[in-house]
Design a protein around this ligand. Structure first.
Ligand SMILES: [Zn+2]
Length: 379
């Protein structure tokens, strides 16, 4: 899930971002808190209840963030690259390069999240015992239960939940095979997801709990999708680790002269060949690509005057790989949508392109021909 997100800050070198979908959950959570508090403290003024609901929403937000920070900081301490934290619709995600490390690292880093939530539940429980305001005590107690629920939910044995990561690290350790371990944990993720959808349907139709039922169904669906996607991603990467980039790439590219206008490039190249990018030998001896995206970005009235040289994207700005480089290397970047294509370069010359479509097509064909034992499906 790479939607639009905003950077809200940085803690100990870990960038924290909030996805737009978090706005929705903040409203929903805040409204739920308001309803709960209003039912309990009906006699209090609405203003007080609103303020308390907002404070509870912020405390909930902080709880999820602290859980994710615990993962991030421990990962960093163990020398694992952490790219940052994104809070989104269903909680938080810590972006770290875990897949390359030891099973023990994954076990510890996964376990610290639920442990942190348990600890937070304890802190809120203590706060709830402090004499004074009934409203504050009630809100703290409620947040304690929520953190307890977060800890238990995250311990469910389905990848990519923390519990699923713990399962994966244990299987990985005992079998020494990360792909097999991920398959087991991802199956767990799909089962947990299906069970949640089932409970959601039951709540919806038999208990009449509309919001709760739909919410469970949405989380269940998301979980099973994420489980399947993370398995496919890892599998693709593992299979392609043994394959040189040159075998996957689209070759026979068509060069576009640097001096022609963008209009001519569109007429004679983009509209004539089935490619979205063409290599260009720049006029200053530099190499690059002219892409659909660059052409689209140029205002239409400039197509007749601008030359290809002016809109070409230099090779130095692009993700490149040598023909003998492992295709597995490029999978991460392509699958995460960080780049739209990887350029295969041999001694400074563009010899091929690899797009996500090339990856998928290659894997499908390998599977159909039975070329790769590892290219088995999840189910
Ligand atoms: Zn976690």
């Amino acid at each position: 899930m790479t939607g639009t997100s905003w950077r809200i800050g940085e803690v100990a070198g870990v960038e924290i971002r909030v996805d737009v979908s978090w706005g929705l959950i903040a409203l929903l959570v805040g409204y739920t808190f308001f309803v709960v508090l209003a039912a309990e403290f009906g006699a209090t003024t609405t203003g007080t209840v609103v303020v308390a609901a907002i404070a509870m929403t912020l405390a909930f937000f902080a709880s999820v963030l602290i859980h994710e920070l615990a993962h991030s900081l421990l990962a960093k301490q163990r020398g694992i690259t952490v790219r940052g934290i994104t809070l989104f619709l269903f909680g938080g995600a810590t972006h770290a390069d875990l897949e390359t490390k030891e099973p023990k690292d994954e076990l510890v880093i996964a376990a610290v999240g639920p442990l942190t939530s348990f600890a937070l539940a304890g802190v809120f429980w203590v706060l709830a015992q402090v004499p004074g305001s009934d409203l504050v005590a009630y809100a703290a107690g409620y947040l304690g239960w929520i953190n307890l629920a977060l800890a238990v939910f995250n311990l469910l044995p389905g990848f990519p939940l923390d519990g699923g990561r713990i399962v994966r690290s244990l299987v990985w350790r005992s079998r020494g095979d990360i792909v097999a371990a991920t398959r087991v944990a991802a199956r767990g993720g799909r089962i947990v997801g299906m069970v949640m959808i089932g409970i959601g349907v039951f709540e919806l139709f038999f208990l009449g709990a509309l919001v709760g039922g739909l919410w469970l169904m949405a989380i269940g669906w998301f979980l099973s999708q994420a489980a399947t996607a993370s398995f496919t991603h890892l599998q693709l990467k593992t299979v392609l680790d043994d394959v040189p980039a040159s075998r996957l790439m689209t070759r026979d590219l068509v060069d576009v002269p640097a001096g022609i206008t963008v209009q001519r490039a569109v007429d004679d190249y983009f509209m004539r060949h089935n490619y979205n990018a063409f290599p260009v030998q720049g006029e200053r001896g530099d190499t690059g690509l002219v892409t659909m995206k660059r052409v689209r970005e140029l205002p239409r009235d400039r197509w007749d005057s601008a030359t290809v040289d002016e809109v070409m994207e230099p090779l130095s700005d692009m993700c490149t790989v040598s023909p003998s480089g492992a295709a597995g290397e490029v999978v991460d970047k392509l699958m995460k949508g960080e780049v739209g294509r990887v350029v295969v370069v041999d001694q400074g010359e563009v010899v091929g392109l690899i797009t996500p479509r090339d990856l998928v097509r290659w894997l499908e064909r390998a599977r159909e021909l039975g070329l790769s034992e590892k290219a088995m499906s999840l189910s």
